[in-house]
Design a protein around this ligand. Structure first.
Ligand code: HPA
Length: 250
């Protein structure tokens, strides 16, 4: 059931979804419990392209969530795939065009904080935007990126919080880079989310973000890093992510 852009737009406008969600690497299964009302392939969305990274389905669904209709994006495009800021933030703009008021971003990340194990979830309460991108000034400079009320809700659930550094990628970090980031106070590292979060704040959305720790960051375990490991370990966090999504949307 894949709609044309025009049909999907009509469905979305009629449903008026208030919530939007982006599911990162290996995390697509987190909303398999939600009923899908309409669906479109990224290839059919003007200004977007299908993701090239394994574990990203490349589909935008309109779903029935616990609190009503929600937009669920399965996968994202990254700077390291060679895309412009407009393309990386295309989904965010679309969410705003469809009237979404709140956004939950998710990603797979490497853990620097020694207490973070594969499968753990970390609510992002601050980020470092360490990617090389064009035209950052259009993102604005949000001093408070993540929704204070949303963070409080997660605090009541005793969720774990931490700082996320977004690097350009696509290769993983060196152990020396990880030691430097740890000295800054970075808890988890990845290649997305920070720019999308800032773009969404600029558009007036309430933003929350959750990292699923899929591996210990470079040099912190004996295992070599691989995307296959990232995808497999993302499954360890899916059940808890599902609960947190329902909480964020409630
Ligand atoms: N580094 C960067 N991005 C990642 C990692 C990592 O260790 N794990 C999952 N995404």
């Amino acid at each position: 059931m894949s709609h044309s852009f025009q049909d999907f737009t009509e469905c979305a406008r009629a449903a008026a979804p208030e919530s939007a969600l982006v599911l990162g690497s290996g995390l697509s299964g987190a909303t398999d419990h939600l009923r899908v009302l309409a669906s479109i392939a990224y290839a059919d969305i003007p200004g977007l392209v299908p993701p090239t990274v394994a574990g990203h389905r490349g589909r935008l669904d309109l779903c029935e969530s616990v609190s009503g209709p929600a937009l669920v994006a399965h996968g994202r495009v990254h700077f390291y795939e060679g895309h412009s800021i407009d393309r990386v933030t295309r989904l965010i703009n679309l969410f705003a065009e469809f009237g979404a008021k709140r956004l939950l971003l998710t990603n797979a990340a490497g853990g620097l904080n020694p207490s973070l194990e594969p499968g753990d979830l970390m609510v992002i309460d601050r980020h470092w935007k360490l990617l090389n991108g064009e035209d950052w000034k259009r993102l604005g400079e949000p001093t408070r990126c993540y929704s204070a009320a949303g963070l409080d809700t997660f605090r009541r659930l005793s969720a774990r919080f931490g700082g996320y550094a977004a690097l350009t990628g696509p290769c993983y970090e060196t152990p020396a880079e990880i030691r430097a980031l740890a000295a800054y106070g970075v808890d988890a590292v990845g290649m997305s989310t920070a720019v999308e979060a800032e773009a969404a704040v600029e558009l007036g959305l309430d933003v929350l973000a959750i990292s699923c720790i899929t591996n210990k960051a470079a040099g912190l375990s004996a295992n070599p890093l691989s995307h296959a490991e990232v995808e497999i370990n993302a499954q360890l966090g899916i059940a808890r992510l599902r609960t947190m999504i329902d909480t964020a949307f409630a």
